[in-house]
Design a protein. Structure first.
Length: 424
């Protein structure tokens, strides 16, 4: 993580403030490193035996890591038990047991490293997101719920990992992805929150919408790609606000002033729209977007020089071919609409599933408009696999939707995420 000090701003400061609050402070998570944050950082550093200079560098970030990720590692001392360790950190005994399935509670080996979940949810739903926060959530979820397996399907244009979360061992493979478009980043915490809800329910023997979580994971193998476009996310939310990459993005945006900069940015950092990169009518998409005047790298709507030239789209394409899912969901924003079709391809059962999703969410199921109906991930999946693939347009307003919309957005789409794993 970048070094933070008084005067710093952005999502990394919000994450810092969140971590300090989880550790006992009461800061406003406004993303501004002011006097109150400086004083709180210095007090935390003193408590941790660090130099209290209020500069948050590598050592301070490392000390805060448990409060960023939601867990810590405890080395078992003589006479300790799961119960005493849970009491030491103010967490629940069941959470400690669930996070350490290889260890027997009645006989913990001396010196064993115990994963200790801390007493708060891993996934925050009230601060802006950045690539570092996504990494913290993925790490924390996989540590807290060993049934979740973390990985990466590739790297972004700037070299950031494209994280994945996998759960379940059933034959029904489903793949959900989010944040192809940078200013639709609110879809990222939607998938992360779903992962946490499903992981928690499975660990506790609970149910989701009347179905045991364990039964869902016995029936299905679910892969989540929570952020296809981490570089663009950082640009839109203000985490990337200086340096060579930022200046190049600003130069690209200057050629297309109809896209507000940086909030209107959709593309990856090279100016390629990732959801116009798939080999399904790419030439028609190129024709459509060129007619709108988008003929070069742009904040949105540039199809690239050829299909699959953007590393992010290529990584998701390759992973999809390897995983071979029976159903896919792509999360976007704006309109509360479900798109279920590509051209005249009639996938058996897809229209009925779209109708069920519409009933669950209150969204409407519609055909994709011609002007935006080519070269998308959903288009390619339907074309090549002849299996159900859906684009969900979450929420209403102006992109990027504010994080204050999260609860309403998640509640509407939650049922789709839960039942999507059970329908094929």
């Amino acid at each position: 993580m970048r070094t933070l000090r008084e005067g710093s701003r952005g999502p990394a400061v919000q994450l810092l403030q969140l971590g300090l609050n989880r550790a006992g402070a009461s800061l406003q998570t406004d993303g501004r490193f002011g006097p109150a944050t400086r004083q709180t950082v210095a007090a935390f550093q003193s408590r941790m035996g660090l130099k209290p200079d209020a500069i948050v560098g590598a050592l301070t970030h490392r000390a805060l890591r448990p409060w960023y990720t939601g867990y810590l590692t405890h080395r078992v001392q003589r006479g300790e038990s799961f119960w005493s360790i849970a009491q030491l950190y103010g967490t629940q005994l069941d959470a400690v047991i669930e996070a350490n399935p290889a260890l027997a509670p009645e006989s913990i080996p001396l010196g064993a490293n115990l994963t200790v979940p801390l007493p708060f949810p891993v996934v925050p739903t009230d601060i802006d997101y950045c690539a570092e926060l996504v990494a913290c959530c993925v790490e924390g979820l996989a540590a807290r719920y060993p049934l979740l397996r973390a990985g990466a399907i590739g790297r972004s244009a700037m070299g950031k990992p494209l994280w994945s979360l996998h759960m379940g061992q059933g034959a029904n493979r489903v793949l959900y992805n989010a944040a192809h478009h940078a200013n639709e980043w609110i879809t990222t915490p939607v998938l992360l929150r779903y992962a946490e809800e499903l992981g928690e329910a499975a660990a506790k023997g609970g149910s989701l919408m009347g179905t045991k979580a364990a039964e869902i994971l016995d029936y299905a193998s679910v892969t989540l790609i929570p952020c296809v476009n981490p570089d663009g996310m950082d640009l839109v939310t203000g985490e990337l606000s200086q340096g060579r990459e930022y200046e190049e993005a600003r130069r690209i945006a200057a050629d297309y002033p109809r896209f507000p900069f940086p909030r209107g940015w959709k593309a990856n950092l090279r100016g390629v729209d990732l959801n116009l990169q798939y080999p399904a009518g790419w030439e028609q998409a190129r024709k459509n977007k060129f007619a709108l005047g988008v003929i070069s790298p742009a904040p949105g709507d540039f199809v690239g020089e050829a299909p699959l030239t953007a590393p992010e789209s290529r990584a998701l394409y390759d992973y999809t071919r390897a995983f071979d899912p029976a159903l896919t969901l792509s999360l976007h924003t704006q309109g509360e609409v479900i798109y279920w079709k590509y051209l005249d391809v009639e996938v058996p059962g897809a229209q009925e599933i779209a109708a069920l999703f519409a009933d669950l969410s209150g969204y409407t199921a519609e055909d994709t408009p011609f002007a935006s109906g080519f070269a998308g991930y959903k288009d390619w999946f339907i074309q090549d696999y002849r299996r159900p693939g859906f684009t969900l347009e979450l929420g209403r307003g102006v992109n990027p939707l504010p994080i204050s919309d999260f609860d309403a957005v998640y509640e509407r789409v939650r049922g789709i995420l839960i039942l999507g794993a059970l329908l094929t």
